[in-house]
Design a protein around this ligand. Structure first.
Ligand code: GLO
Length: 567
């Protein structure tokens, strides 16, 4: 029998930005309860809730200080139970976010671990002594040269003990040591606690990072960097399958496992790995969130080094995953989530063709084989936020990048421009329910500015629109149009076969994630996406013909980077 999620659509709610019932400017559980009609009318089968646990909020809830409670800003356990009951009464399910690669530094486990080298919980986290000398590019003696996802080194010095602790994300998100069986048992106990409360599954945050190479080797240093790439040493590490199989046995066995859904978020996962993780026979996970298609516009300098999107590569990526998981395993399908810019702005045209783009993107998503995930506001065709200055930023990743990039001498406007295109705040503006004050999100000014288009793009307006495919109002800026044209021209050139060296998937012989070093010469892969992309050093020109217009396009490439464009 096919599990329910083979024919389900899942809707992701980012609670802080969904609906604010108590008027404090932050979305909450009662706010979600007020909008269940919207979800039911959409035909949603399940919702995935981004974290609602108590949290200092360094990473908006992905830094958890208590796994078995609700953040008072968002509600109470009673509100939570009401939500589960109300969803179930409507035939919908609830999938919770599980963030167990790390905790908050304010979680009692870490507080105890940090109390000193003799703490019984010292080994629950990754503590290491300083190593001799100074790490290049830092003023410290970090135990490895790894760079954090949120910029800077992954190590934080604890002055009291003189030791460092590992944090792949912010310093307020110390990594749990999954090598320690007590850590694993504590996590499994907590998961059972939530299942007993009636939830229907887990979305597991960066779950492929829980098994690290315990010898913690240094990473390769890219030519333009000072810190190294630790990714091959902490992603899909030696015990990842063992841990996930153990979790399955300890948490899901004995329950009606076909009724519960598990989806593992896995930056950098390859098709080959996903086949192993999602093969039902292996009892690991039901599906994974892979990052291949959302890494295609990341450049050699990382995600903020935004490159034009090559639509042919995008298509090839989907093709690879559809074919790769056709006979075994299962795909999850997504364009958007709380970590990605809005799909219409990124993959389509968010000006004159906003509605047409959103419709086409939805068709592409929902017609593939797999479980589609819709992120709040995606059903409205929401576009990227209009971030003006760094004062508009709320996301720790963007703030840290801005701070460090500007401190290192980069032009602040250029830095902001890349954040405007790829930053996570783009997807976190409040859900626009109507054209009323604050877009009907709540009575108080929200924690992050509402999208300026809320009067035209909102849920009420779309319910009243008899022609959902009519073109939107509101134009795009000159530079947006230029980018869109540049992308189209680039893809036309590709279709003519001029620019491309063939994209390859970087895998090592063990099938374990490989680093950028394994890509062919003059190509690179981003940390999250296993596809190698090419750089060419030739000056090119081609004629791009489209049904709509004929244009002469010249593209200049210099030293491997895309240069100016005129058409
Ligand atoms: C994915 C998460 C992201 C968190 C990170 C740390 O990468 O969805 O929002 O910032 O995982 O928990």
């Amino acid at each position: 029998i096919d599990p329910w999620w083979h024919s389900a659509v899942i809707y992701q709610i980012y609670p802080r930005s969904f609906a604010d019932a108590n008027g404090d400017g932050i979305g909450d559980l009662r706010g979600i309860l007020q909008h269940l009609d919207h979800l039911e009318d959409l035909g949603v089968d399940a919702i995935w809730l981004s974290p609602i646990y108590p949290s200092p909020g360094d990473d908006n809830g992905y830094d958890i200080s208590d796994y078995e409670a609700i953040d008072p800003v968002l509600g109470t356990l009673e509100d939570f139970d009401d939500l589960v009951a109300a969803l179930h009464a409507r035939g919908m399910r609830l999938v919770m976010d599980l963030v167990v690669n790390h905790t908050s530094d304010e979680h009692p486990w870490f507080v105890e671990s940090a109390s000193g080298p003799d703490s019984p919980k010292r080994d629950w986290y990754w503590w290491r002594p300083a190593r001799p000398g100074t790490l290049a590019g830092t003023s410290g003696a970090e135990p490895t040269n790894w760079e954090s996802f949120f910029s800077g080194p992954v190590w934080q010095l604890d002055p009291a003990s003189g030791e460092y602790y590992l944090h792949l994300f912010s310093a307020k998100q110390p990594d749990l040591n999954w090598e320690n069986p007590d850590v694993r048992q504590a996590v499994y106990r907590m998961m059972r606690w939530w299942l007993d409360r009636g939830i229907d599954g887990f979305r597991m945050d960066v779950i492929n990072l829980i098994s690290k190479d315990p010898s913690l080797p240094d990473g390769a240093v890219p030519p333009d960097g000072t810190l190294g790439d630790g990714f091959p040493h902490y992603a899909a590490g030696p015990r990842i399958h063992e841990f996930l199989q153990e979790m399955h046995r300890e948490v899901f066995a004995g329950r009606d496992a076909a009724d519960l859904l598990t989806v593992g978020e896995m930056p950098g996962a390859t098709v080959e790995q996903a086949r192993l993780f999602t093969d039902p026979e292996r009892r690991e996970l039901d599906m994974v969130f892979q990052f291949d298609h959302v890494g295609l516009d990341h450049g050699p300098g990382g995600k903020f080094d935004v490159q034009p999107l090559d639509l042919v590569e995008l298509k090839a990526s989907f093709d690879r995953w559809q074919r790769g998981l056709a006979d075994v395993g299962w795909n999850s399908l997504y364009w958007n989530n709380h970590d990605q810019p809005r799909a219409v702005s990124r993959f389509g045209d968010d000006g004159a063709f906003r509605v047409a783009s959103a419709t086409a993107l939805a068709a592409v998503l929902h017609l593939q084989r797999g479980t589609p995930y819709v992120y709040q506001g995606e059903e409205l065709g929401m576009t990227n936020a209009r971030l003006r200055t760094s004062d508009d930023l709320r996301d720790i990743e963007s703030l840290r990048h801005y701070e460090l990039a500007v401190a290192s001498g980069q032009d602040s406007e250029r830095v902001m421009d890349s954040i405007r295109r790829i930053g996570r705040d783009n997807a976190r503006t409040p859900m626009p329910w109507s054209d009323e004050e604050n877009g009907g999100f709540g009575s108080h000014h929200p924690w992050i500015d509402i999208h300026p288009d809320f009067a035209e793009v909102n849920a009420r307006q779309q319910r009243q629109d008899p022609r959902p495919s009519s073109p939107s109002t509101g134009g795009s800026s000159g530079s947006d149009t230029r980018n869109a044209w540049s992308q189209r021209a680039d893809s036309s050139c590709s279709r003519l076969g001029i620019r491309r060296c063939s994209p390859t998937v970087a895998t090592s012989t063990t099938g374990v994630l490989s680093s950028s070093r394994t890509c062919p010469a003059r190509s690179w892969r981003s940390r999250e996406s296993p596809t190698c992309r090419c750089q060419c050093r030739r000056r090119l020109s081609c004629s791009a013909t489209s049904a709509a217009r004929r244009t002469r396009v010249s593209m200049h490439y210099r030293r491997g980077r895309r240069g100016s464009f005129s058409g």
